[in-house]
Design a binder for this molecule. Structure first.
Ligand SMILES: Cc1cc2nc3c(=O)[nH]c(=O)nc-3n(C[C@H](O)[C@H](O)[C@H](O)COP(=O)(O)OP(=O)(O)OC[C@H]3O[C@@H](n4cnc5c(N)ncnc54)[C@H](O)[C@@H]3O)c2cc1C
Length: 431
């Protein structure tokens, strides 16, 4: 590949990268997207598909409320069936601690004028009549929805390509050229692309991309597992989260079932002790949300770090096609919980199991915007398990930042320098 030029190079063809490329292409910007594997192959095609404003931090909520409006019209905008269903999101609780979180969050939603109702058990029963309780109560946000992750990123990519965006898959970025504090090019395994702007939309690999320009990007990578059932009769359009369970029913009738926020795995690796000070407060608060494993991932990481090893020489292409392992144990528990909620579906078969890696920042808030002191280096990452829902607006705001010099919504709360400044969001994790 001879040296190329682009106005903007986007690193990563997940939903954040492809949406950024699409909105930039609408403004006439010459964009190249570089992807180490295939389009949407990582988190963006593995998500549950929830598009929730519900239970977001105050820092993210205005951005996500604006994104919700984009979702309403996205299928028409991209001319694609995205399986968008505006069925609302429901959290059900059967312990006082969760109810307390729910009540607190309903207050947050009120401050932002987002309609969210506190529910009694009877009202839950009215919303999802076939679901068994008992419940202490819950909350419901009717404007939330869900869509199919395997369709959305590819639809953004296709629409971007129709507008002239060049998408290079199986082409890992291995370096970034910087001169006098400005980005001048992106080095891929197939050659240099000269550009004044590089967008880091590399998902769980963004930390390694940030290191290419000497930046620390604190996050931990966790593993989340999901299963899809065979299709069943239509029971609900609502996406539901409860104790030990999260599920939604696709228009085809199949259910995505996951263990919910508490069923996440954390594999200890060589990055575990980096920036530990930033993680400890949230680690203590949210200790019950994940299971810690010390084992193969640590050994593999040590092997990957051996000087001269293929993984050390090509740390990105080396990861392509490596499937993270779904945790069948937590999925079996989630399935049992699901069957308890819907006894009539007890014999429903399973179509597939999968898992994906999620980057989680110390305050679970994304990292967006240009980095101080490094002109042309922009983050659109760190979505901490909520980036499928937020992907479209992350792309739109990134495009506005690049073209207009300022996004149409305030994203200073998501700036990279907040880690250095100690200005982290202190919101307690809510279901
Ligand atoms: C199991 C699971 C369930 C989830 N459920 C939900 C949900 O219900 N709702 C929700 O909102 N979010 C959910 N999420 C989170 C959501 O999927 C992510 O936040 C979102 O997809 C992140 O998008 P992204 O574009 O930032 O990252 P990704 O989709 O991971 O894309 C990053 C891309 O960058 C590429 N890349 C990395 N390094 C390089 C390099 N050096 N060179 C070239 N390419 C590179 C990667 O190959 C990858 O394709 C879930 C995630 C998982 C795993």
């Amino acid at each position: 590949m001879p040296d190329e030029h682009a106005d903007v190079v986007i690193i990563g063809a997940g939903i954040a990268g492809c949406a950024s490329a699409y909105y930039l292409s609408k403004r006439g910007v010459k964009v190249v997207v570089v992807e180490k594997g295939d389009t949407g192959d990582e988190q963006s095609s593995r998500a549950w598909g929830f598009v929730r404003q519900q239970a977001r931090s105050s820092r993210e909520l205005p951005v996500m409320m604006a994104c919700n409006k984009i979702w309403h019209d996205l299928s028409r905008e991209l001319n694609a069936d995205l399986e968008w269903v505006q069925g609302g999101a429901l959290v059900v609780a059967n312990d006082e601690e969760t109810m307390e979180k729910v009540r607190n969050w309903v207050e947050v939603s009120r401050e932002h004028e987002l309609e969210t109702k506190l529910l009694t058990e009877r009202e839950i029963k009215e919303l999802v009549p076939s679901m068994e309780g008992p419940w202490l109560g819950g909350m419901y946000t009717p404007s939330d929805g869900h869509a199919e992750p395997r369709k959305v990123t590819s639809a953004f990519a296709r629409a971007a390509q129709e507008n002239g965006v060049v998408l290079r898959t199986r082409c890992a970025v291995e370096g970034i050229d910087v001169s006098n504090g400005k980005v001048t090019g992106v080095i891929t395994e197939k050659g240099l692309i000269k550009t004044p702007v590089a967008v880091c939309a590399a998902g769980a690999w963004s930390q390694k991309v940030a290191r290419m320009v000497g930046l620390r990007l604190p996050y931990r990578v966790v593993r989340a597992s999901v299963l899809e059932t065979e299709p069943a009769e239509h029971l609900t359009k609502i996406g539901v989260l409860g104790p030990g369970i999260a599920f939604r029913q696709r228009p085809s009738g199949s259910f995505y079932v996951a263990p919910g926020p508490g069923g996440t795995d954390y594999d200890v690796d060589l990055d575990t002790f980096r920036d530990i000070r930033l993680f400890l407060p949230n680690f203590r608060r949210n200790r019950d949300l994940f299971k810690v494993h010390v084992g193969m991932e640590l050994i593999k990481d040590v092997l990957r770090s051996i000087p001269g090893s293929p993984a050390r020489r090509h740390p990105f292409s080396h990861t392509v096609g490596v499937e993270p392992k779904p945790n069948r144990k937590v999925l079996d528990i989630a399935l049992r919980n699901f069957r308890r909620l819907f006894p009539s579906l007890a014999s429903l078969g399973i179509q597939r199991y999968w898992s994906g890696r999620i980057e989680a920042t110390p305050d679970a808030i994304p990292v967006m915007g240009e980095v101080d002191g490094l002109q042309g280096f922009i983050f659109a990452t760190g979505f901490s398990g909520r980036g499928f829902g937020m992907g479209p607006i992350a792309g739109l705001l990134t495009s506005e930042l690049i073209v207009d010099g300022k996004p149409s919504l305030d994203i200073r709360n998501m700036r990279h320098s907040r880690f250095r400044e100690g200005d982290l969001d202190k919101t307690k994790a809510v279901v």
